[in-house]
Design a protein around this ligand. Structure first.
Ligand code: MAN
Length: 346
């Protein structure tokens, strides 16, 4: 049952609304923002996916190298090219992304109209492990420090990087906290019994699958005691992969987490689960049906259609405002009632 109240102003941001970071590149997608409040404004840390203008007969995409951005060009009729997925290609046995992502700050007074403020840096991939970019950042606030957990991509694999900041101008880099293959990491915004907790999503290609795990840490940087808590479900909307959204929301019933699930046809929907307030490794509820399903035009067609994906929200009392990527191309907003989500947990 789709219980999302989509903003009438959707899409809030489209690729044409921002300028490309680098000469020779265009913005192909604006998607999957991390969300936070800072200086009384709503801020999005948007994933900006770029590539050169595509020419007939050639697929071209940027990667980061020690000396700057390099463009790779491959003829589309090359028999060693597999370009059947709009997001990832395989060439001569190596996987590449079709776009290179960085993260960009935009802010707003009303949560609907966003603009790029002056004087804030772009967050770009740095070093070998981020050569194919950084993506889908979750922002968690703990004791005046913002923890940024994002997907770091390179030909070594996909892992979770961490940077921290207090002012959004200076950042401390903590390298990769969950190595490949891992993504969708959200740190709880409160310590529980003296420990930090994080949700994350390792993937197994052989035994196991794309499941949500929880880890604990003494300092928010070094993680251990991993436990698998949420699996895919055969025959349901989340049969192929599941991954956490933003930081869990503290409610009287427990920690409420909004997550995404995809099925075998790559349709991405949202659902929710609930964790015990004192022991978040215990799952005490989960929605059977999706609470948001791609149905609006801007969710059905775009860079990669049939996708709603969230990794950021704002909570105001019972009101949950999620910001989400639609069709991997647009940034949109929708409102939920937390009580209504809780009432659907089984
Ligand atoms: C998937 C998709 C892409 C993303 C890559 C690497 O293929 O989520 O959008 O770029 O993984 O994270």
């Amino acid at each position: 049952m789709d219980i999302a109240k989509r903003f009438a102003q959707n899409p809030l941001l489209s690729p044409k609304d921002l300028k490309a970071s680098t000469q020779g590149l265009q913005i192909a997608c604006l998607l999957n923002p991390g969300v936070f409040t800072f200086n009384n404004k709503t801020w999005l840390l948007v994933r900006v996916a770029e590539r050169p203008e595509q020419k007939e007969g050639i697929i071209s995409f940027p990667i980061l190298t020690a000396t700057g951005t390099r463009i790779i060009e491959i003829p589309t009729n090359d028999p060693e090219l597999d370009a059947s997925d709009a997001r990832v290609i395989n060439y001569k046995g190596t996987d590449y992304l079709t776009t290179l992502s960085h993260l960009r700050l935009v802010c707003s007074d009303d949560g609907i109209h966003f603009y790029e403020p002056e004087g804030y840096p772009l967050l770009v991939g740095e070093g070998e492990q981020q050569a194919f970019g950084i993506e889908d950042c979750r922002v968690s606030l703990l004791d005046d420090t913002y923890y940024l957990t994002f997907t770091a991509v390179s030909d070594n694999g996909v892992g979770v990087g961490l940077r921290t900041t207090t002012d959004w101008k200076n950042f401390e880099k903590h390298g990769m906290i969950f190595p490949a293959h891992n993504k969708d990491c959200a740190i709880f915004e409160e310590k529980i019994n003296g420990k930090y907790y994080a949700l994350h999503r390792p993937s197994s290609v052989d035994i196991g699958g794309n499941y949500i795990w929880i880890a604990e840490s003494p300092d928010g940087i070094h993680w251990g005691n991993h436990q698998c808590i949420i699996k895919t479900r055969k025959g349901l909307w989340d049969s192929a992969r599941v991954g956490a959204g933003a930081a869990p929301i503290k409610t009287a019933k427990g920690w409420l987490e909004i997550y995404h699930g995809a099925n075998g046809q790559h349709q991405y929907c949202l659902g929710a689960f609930l964790l015990d307030i004192n022991d978040p490794t215990k799952v005490i509820g989960r929605t059977e049906e999706a609470i948001m399903v791609p149905t609006a035009t801007y969710e059905l067609s775009g860079f990669f259609g049939h996708v709603v994906f969230t990794n950021g929200h704002i909570v105001k009392g019972d009101k949950l405002i999620i910001y989400y990527g639609a069709a991997d191309e647009f940034v949109c907003g929708a409102q939920f009632s937390i009580q209504e989500i809780l009432s659907l947990l089984k």
